[in-house]
Design a protein around this ligand. Structure first.
Ligand code: FPP
Length: 258
């Protein structure tokens, strides 16, 4: 049974070699979907899918750092996910804490900075505390920024932004005529991140699900039927290769670009 493994390795190497390192997406965002279906296919409970999903997180972070991707943002828990059964929410929170504890050394060894976006104050105290500690411990790392979207919803983020800017207008800190895209950017949770270049969603669903609506204005969208726990480095390379085939025109014509 050795041949398929060798073939896969060669295939993997080939895919990585097909990536143009000088044209990498600077910021990749991923909607990690399909953990539940993956577990169901195996006759297991949903938690089993989430547990295996953490391994895909590890591989993806590693692959992005190895390639030189500067920003990776993962949709780990949405504002809507609070409506899932209590036990599932508890499992996801437990996995977050255990992954943070387990991976802090890997983040440090690989010079990766952790950040988080979302309504973080709604997270259980234990998760919030662990998160804050890892963020503080890795704040000087420079190779890549890994951002976890937790209790995140794009509409909530935009609402929050509108409220914050309105208060500043009311207090004469900002004049309404001065409000432009950069002021909005500065008030989003993602104020320290560049726009998304490549958005990947696994599991075959083709929707955005309230993720980074403002920030993906010019992102290339990539949908794969692979379920998140099956997502490997090879799948990430495939997405990047597809991204590099696309012509990003930002509203201009092909002729203008060349
Ligand atoms: C979607 O699958 C996945 C999630 C809601 C959570 C993603 C969480 C992890 C991968 C584990 C922990 C994360 C980190 C960052 C360590 P789904 O449950 O919606 O799957 P389904 O659509 O098949 O039901």
């Amino acid at each position: 049974m050795k041949t398929p493994a060798i073939a896969l390795r060669i295939n993997n190497m080939d895919l990585k070699e097909n990536i143009q390192l000088n044209r990498l997406p600077k910021h990749i965002a991923i909607i990690m979907d399909g953990n539940g279906r993956w577990a169901k296919q195996k006759g297991m409970v949903r938690a089993f899918g989430h547990e295996n999903g953490t391994e895909s997180v590890r591989k993806t972070v590693e692959a992005c750092a190895e390639l030189g991707v500067q920003y990776l943002t993962l949709y780990a828990f949405s504002t809507e996910n609070w409506n899932r059964p209590k036990l599932e929410v508890k499992t996801l929170m437990r996995l977050l804490v255990s992954s943070l504890k387990k991976e802090i050394k890997t983040l440090q060894d690989n010079n990766i900075k952790l950040s988080a976006i979302g309504n973080l104050s709604t997270l259980p105290k234990k998760v919030h505390k662990e998160l804050k500690e890892v963020i503080a411990d890795t704040k000087s790392n420079e190779r890549m920024t890994l951002t976890l979207a937790l209790s995140y919803g794009s509409r909530e983020e935009l609402l929050n932004t509108v409220k914050e800017i309105s208060i500043k207008v009311k207090n004469s800190i900002i004049s309404p005529e001065k409000i432009d895209e950069s002021i909005i950017n500065e008030h989003l949770y993602t104020r320290n991140l560049p726009d998304v270049d490549l958005l990947i969603r696994t599991s075959g669903e083709q929707r955005i699900s309230n993720f980074l609506l403002w920030q993906i204005a010019y992102a290339e969208l990539y949908f794969t039927s692979t379920l998140w726990p099956d997502f490997t480095k090879q799948h990430l390379y495939e997405a990047i290769i597809e991204y590099q085939k696309r012509e990003r025109r930002f509203g201009k014509t092909s002729e203008q670009l060349s």
